[in-house]
Ligand binder design. Structure first.
Ligand code: AMP
Length: 543
């Protein structure tokens, strides 16, 4: 049958096959909200009726400014399921980026977490096109507001019918929209379709990818406002996995530990910063997470220490993956291959430190500066390009002409990731750097990530970042910037001695400086552009 791939079919599947499975959330108004997939389906249909009553039409962009919780999940399914575009917005972006994004997308209605309302108030004069703002809470917790078009989510929902027929339409219809938080220029919108989302979820659930199953309980700590929480909201309902959603408590070690242990979480996903914070919390409180079997890490290179500590302290396996907003985000994921069963623990950790291997649906290649393909020998590195059914072909509202400045796809149909990488003969990807962060020293390329990873393995280093700075002889040389752990007296000599045993001579930083904190982007990555600005006047000693 030529059945269209519809997001609503995932919901129907969850209601038919897993009606009893729970979705547990932390929200500002419920310390622990619980509902089953059966309850969830009913609330999604109420929400679809609510959207109609607010005059939302097929193709309209509906914005969300929300944390990971059941109401955000309802928006994911009801907005896309009824043919509108669920536009997830990152509340941690700069205010001017948020208003730019809302206006650029032309969001008709905004659904906003109560905790995000003060931020929206500050943007009031810029939000001229938004018709309605719905606050994601109940009547008792409605905030005071200066907006005149504000409504209460729970109140509206309670007045709607549970009967709604999910429409079937072309699977290529836009279902979601997420803007990349690039550090230069305006954010750019990436559109996901029903088809791309379903195929991405099917691939993401495979045994060698996340091995999602009804027997697991998942805690997505990666935010739902960033690349659809890596697809967890769809994959979970596809296989009937219990979901545990941390709401605004994403960086709170105590809540995360409590959720993991009391809800029996077996699988969780997040960026490295989250895991370092949780591991530190568990260590300092002497707590453990016995049910947690696997954690997936991505968004930035995973320091080896995270993999080692999870294994040694919690018997938990780290699965590193690589992806981007434009790749939905699944690109590559760690798993061992047949024949590797007898590798030593150290050798397996070496592999986990790479970015994983290709998943069916994503083709990849690395090319040199003449666009010639490079071999998969683990040595040659060049610009990484990908293609596949869940990779963006253009940015929202910008040119779709391959090879043009605004289009990320080249004339041969490859998406230019902006990452520099090598690929081992076994197909494991190793990200060397972002094209613009790689340090060009005397004609050689030095990976800033390699130096950062080596530095964060020092027990007294809390965070490390490397940028290239001008050098008269070498053009650029690495400068290492460190945040040390509280109450530790690290010196430049300590750090250089430590690195001397781990890095080749060319990659040794020419200087080490200490700062109280590093600038981060809205998605928690180190903001290299901000760092370069901070160190604009910097000169290496002895020049
Ligand atoms: P974003 O679109 O904001 O999710 O950022 C995507 C970028 O994050 C990629 O192009 C990479 O530069 C970086 N990234 C994602 N995952 C990894 C990883 N596992 N290791 C290194 N860099 C990563």
């Amino acid at each position: 049958m030529n059945t269209q791939l519809m997001i609503s079919s995932i919901l129907r599947n969850a209601e038919d096959n897993f009606p009893e499975v729970e979705m547990v959330s932390v929200t500002a108004d419920y310390p622990r909200h619980r509902q089953t997939y059966s309850d969830f389906g009913k609330r999604c249909r109420r929400l679809a009726n609510l959207l109609v009553s607010l005059n939302a039409e097929f193709g309209d962009r509906i914005g969300t400014l929300a944390w990971n919780d059941h109401r955000h999940m309802e928006l994911y399914y009801a907005v896309s399921g009824s043919g509108m575009v669920c536009h997830t917005i990152n509340p941690r972006l700069f205010p001017e980026q948020i208003s730019y994004i809302i206006n650029h997308a032309g969001d008709k209605i905004l659904f906003v977490d109560v905790l995000v309302m003060p931020l929206l108030e500050a943007l009031k004069e810029h939000l001229t096109k938004v018709e309605k703002i719905v606050v994601l809470t109940n009547k008792e917790n409605m905030p005071d507001t200066s907006f005149s078009n504000v409504l209460c989510y729970e109140e509206l929902l309670s007045n709607q019918s549970e009967n709604y027929e999910w429409p079937e339409f072309d699977e290529n219809t836009a279902s979601g929209l997420c803007y990349t938080s690039g550090t230069t220029g305006n954010p750019k919108g990436v559109i996901y379709s029903h088809r791309s989302t379903i195929i991405h979820s099917l691939a993401g659930a495979l045994p060698d990818v996340t091995c999602a199953s009804n027997m697991e309980t998942t805690l997505p700590i990666v935010p739902m406002f960033h690349v659809n929480a890596w697809g967890a909201p769809y994959a979970a309902l596809m296989v009937g996995m219990k979901m545990v959603l941390p709401g605004p408590k994403m960086a709170d070690g105590e809540t995360l530990h409590d959720l993991i242990t009391t809800e029996n979480v077996t699988f969780s996903s997040g960026v490295p910063t989250i895991w370092l914070a949780l591991l530190d919390y568990l260590e300092s409180t002497k707590k453990i997470v016995p049910t947690l079997r696997r954690v997936s890490v991505g968004g930035a290179a995973c320091p080896r220490i995270i993999i080692e500590r999870f294994k040694e302290e919690h018997n938990c396996t780290v699965i590193q993956g690589w992806g981007m907003t434009e790749t939905s985000p699944l690109g590559t994921v760690f798993s061992i291959k047949k024949g590797m069963e007898n590798l030593s623990e150290e050798e397996v950790i070496d592999l986990q430190c790479l970015q994983g291997r290709g998943v069916f649906g994503i083709e990849m290649c690395i090319v040199d500066e003449n666009n010639e393909e490079l071999p998969w020998d683990g040595i040659a590195f060049g610009s990484l390009k990908v293609k596949g059914p869940w990779v963006a072909k253009s940015y929202y509202g910008l040119s779709e002409t391959p090879g043009s400045d605004e289009c990320p796809v080249d004339e041969k149909g490859w998406f230019e990731t902006g990452d520099v990488a090598s690929i081992t003969p076994e197909g494991y990807l190793q990200i060397t750097d972002r094209t613009k962060d790689v340090i060009k020293s005397g004609g050689e390329w030095i990976s800033s990530i390699e130096i950062e990873n080596a530095a964060v393995n020092h027990a007294d280093v809390a965070e490390a970042a490397v940028i290239g700075r001008y050098h008269p002889k070498w053009t650029e040389r690495p400068l290492l910037i460190i945040v040390s752990r509280p109450e530790k007296s690290l010196t430049k000599e300590n750090v250089l001695n430590f690195l001397g045993e781990r890095l080749h001579k060319m990659a040794m930083p020419d200087d080490v400086v200490f700062v109280d904190e590093l600038p981060h982007t809205a998605t928690g990555k180190i903001n290299k552009l901000g760092l370069r600005e901070m160190f604009e006047e910097y000169q290496f000693p002895n020049i």
